[in-house]
Design a protein around this ligand. Structure first.
Ligand SMILES: Cc1ncc(COP(=O)(O)O)c(C=O)c1O
Length: 477
C-alpha cells in the first residue's frame, strides 16, 4: 500500500488534466487563494477570544457576512461551511414543522429530499417540462405551479432549482409573484448561480434580485472559492431568520474552517473587483465560438437558439455539448476530451457533456475546449458506423406510496434490481452527478425505472443506490 494516498492521487490527476471545466470555480488560477494557500496553518484558527463565532457572530465574521449581504443586495446572508446541501436542509426545516407539505421541483437535488426525510414532510411534485427533441428538461411550467398552489392551499413553501445543472432558467420573477400571490415562501436552489449577480447584462437575473425569499448558492461551484463554501441569502421579511439560525446551528459544525470562510469572503471580494469584466470577456468568447461550432452542425447549447425552441432563458457560462447525432454519448465525449486532450468536464449524461466556465478561466481555455470539440466532431463525422443512442425520458411520473421518512426508516432488504419491480424503494437511486434522484424512498420501482437505470449503468454513468451486484434496498412487505 502507498503512503499519502490522497496527495499522490491528486498529483496523478493533475498530471493527466491541464484544462478543467469543473468546480471549484477558482480553477487554481490568478493567485486568488495565494494569500490563504501559502499560509494555511497561519489562517487555520478556531473560535477563541477575538476570533468571533459563526453560530453567534458579532465580530469579523459578522462583518464578512454584512459585506456579502451588501454585495448581493440581500436582507441577510450567512456563510455556510458545509455546502449548499446544508443551506437547503437548514432552510427547508426552518420554514416547516414536522408533517407539513411542500411543493418541490421533481428534478431537485437530493438535499431537498434529505430535508423532507429529516423534517417528515409530504412532497408535491412539480414535474419539469421534458423537451424530447433536445433530451433536456426545459425547466418548469409556471401555470402548473399556480394550479398546484390553488389545489394545495396548505403547503408551506415552494422549492425550485434555478438555473439547472444544464444552465436552463425559468422566469424567476414571475414564479415569485405567483408564489407570493398565494402567501407562500419561495426558496430558490441557486447552487449553480452565485455568479449571475456579477454580470446581469449578459446573464439571466439572479434569484436574489427577482423576489425569491430564500436563495442558497454554492459559492465553490461558480465563484473562486474553496470546495464546500456556500452562502444562504435571506431576501424578504417572510422568512423567520431566527429559525434559520437555529437550524444552521444544528446542521453546521461547531468547528468551522476559517480558511474556508476566508475563501468565501475572498471570492465575493474578487468578483466585486474583477468578476463583471472577466465574465463578459469569457461569455463573448463562448458565444462567438458556440455560434461557429453551431454553424458547422455541432450541438452546443446557446441562449438565442434555446429561447427560439421554447426555453425561457439560459446561463451562457455553461458549456453543454452533444454529439448524439453521431452516436456518441455524453459520457464518451467526456472521456475523449479527458484522455485525448487533457480537458476535464464537470459531468456527462447519455446525451450531453457539461462544463463550467467561470470568471477565472482565460479565453485560451475556452478556445482549447472548442478546438478539441471541433476536432472530435470532424474526425467522428467521417465514421460511417453510427450508433443510435437509446432515447429515454427522465423522471417517469412517480407517486409516493408511503411517506418518504417512513419508507427510509422501515425494515428493509437487499434484493436483485430485476426482482424489485412493484416494490417500495427504501433508498434513493441517484445518477451521480448531478445527484437528482430517479427514485426516492417510498416510491414504487417500475419496469420503466429498471430499464432507465440499466441504460445509464451500461453507459458508464454512476448510479448510487444500485450496488455492484445489481442489488437495491426495498421495504420489507
Ligand atoms: C442543483 C443543486 N443543488 C444543490 C447542490 C448541493 O450543493 P453542495 O455540493 O454545495 O452541497 C448541488 C450539487 O451539485 C446541485 O447541483
Amino acid at each position: 500500500m502507498k503512503e499519502l494516498n490522497i496527495i499522490s492521487g491528486i498529483k496523478q490527476y493533475r498530471s493527466e488534466v491541464d484544462t478543467n471545466f469543473h468546480m471549484p470555480g477558482h480553477k487554481g488560477k490568478h493567485g486568488i487563494l495565494e494569500e490563504i494557500g501559502n499560509n494555511l496553518s497561519f489562517y487555520d484558527i478556531t473560535e477563541t477570544l477575538g476570533t468571533d463565532n459563526l453560530h453567534y457572530p458579532t465580530g469579523f465574521l459578522k462583518d464578512a457576512m454584512d459585506y456579502i449581504a451588501k454585495t448581493y443586495g440581500t436582507k441577510k446572508s450567512y456563510m455556510v461551511v458545509n455546502g449548499t446541501s446544508c443551506g437547503i436542509i437548514s432552510s427547508i426545516m426552518a420554514c416547516t414543522n414536522p408533517g407539513d407539505k411542500i411543493i418541490v421541483q421533481r428534478d431537485c437535488h437530493k438535499s431537498v429530499y434529505n430535508a423532507c426525510i429529516l423534517g417528515d414532510l409530504k412532497l408535491y411534485y412539480l414535474y419539469p417540462e421534458f423537451n424530447k427533441k433536445h433530451g433536456l428538461n426545459f425547466s418548469i411550467s409556471l401555470e402548473k405551479l399556480e394550479h398546484m398552489l390553488i389545489d394545495n392551499p396548505d403547503v408551506k413553501m415552494v422549492v425550485l432549482t434555478y438555473p439547472t445543472f444544464y444552465g436552463i432558467c425559468f422566469d424567476v420573477k414571475k414564479a415569485a409573484e405567483i408564489v407570493h400571490k398565494y402567501g407562500k415562501i419561495l426558496m430558490i436552489d441557486e447552487a449553480h448561480g452565485s455568479h449571475l449577480h456579477f454580470c446581469s447584462e449578459l446573464l439571466p437575473p439572479s434569484a436574489e434580485s427577482s423576489g425569491a425569499d430564500i436563495v442558497t448558492q454554492s459559492t465553490h461551484k461558480t465563484l473562486p472559492c474553496l470546495t464546500q463554501g456556500s452562502i444562504l441569502h435571506i431576501c424578504s421579511d417572510r422568512v423567520n431568520t431566527s429559525n434559520i439560525e437555529s437550524m444552521l446551528r444544528i446542521f453546521q459544525t461547531t468547528s468551522p474552517s476559517y480558511i474556508l470562510m476566508a475563501s468565501i469572503e475572498n471570492a465575493v471580494y474578487w468578483m466585486n473587483k474583477y468578476g463583471e469584466a472577466r465574465l463578459k470577456k469569457n461569455i463573448e468568447e463562448f458565444k462567438k465560438r458556440t455560434l461557429e461550432l453551431r454553424s458547422m452542425g455541432i450541438n452546443v447549447l446557446e441562449d438565442e437558439f434555446l429561447i427560439s425552441e421554447g426555453c425561457y432563458d439560459f446561463d451562457a457560462t455553461r458549456a453543454v455539448i452533444s454529439m448524439s447525432e453521431l452516436g456518441i454519448t455524453g459520457t464518451e465525449l467526456q472521456e475523449m476530451l479527458r484522455y485525448n486532450y487533457k480537458i476535464q468536464m464537470e459531468f456527462a449524461d447519455l446525451q450531453y457533456t457539461v462544463g463550467y466556465i467561470t470568471a477565472t478561466d482565460e479565453v485560451e481555455d475556452i478556445d482549447r475546449l472548442f478546438d478539441a470539440v471541433k476536432e472530435i466532431y470532424l474526425r467522428e463525422s467521417k465514421n460511417k458506423e453510427k450508433r443510435e443512442i437509446v432515447e429515454i425520458e427522465p423522471f417517469p411520473q412517480l407517486q409516493h406510496e408511503r411517506k418518504m421518512r417512513k419508507a427510509f426508516y422501515a425494515e428493509n432488504e437487499l434484493i436483485d434490481f430485476d426482482d424489485a419491480i412493484g416494490r417500495t424503494s427504501a433508498e434513493f437511486i441517484i445518477p451521480y452527478p448531478p445527484g437528482i434522484p430517479v427514485v426516492c424512498p417510498g416510491e414504487i420501482i417500475t419496469q420503466d425505472i429498471v430499464d432507465y437505470v440499466k441504460v445509464m449503468i451500461e453507459n458508464n454513468i454512476n448510479v448510487n443506490g444500485v450496488d455492484k451486484n445489481n442489488h437495491v434496498r426495498v421495504v420489507v412487505r
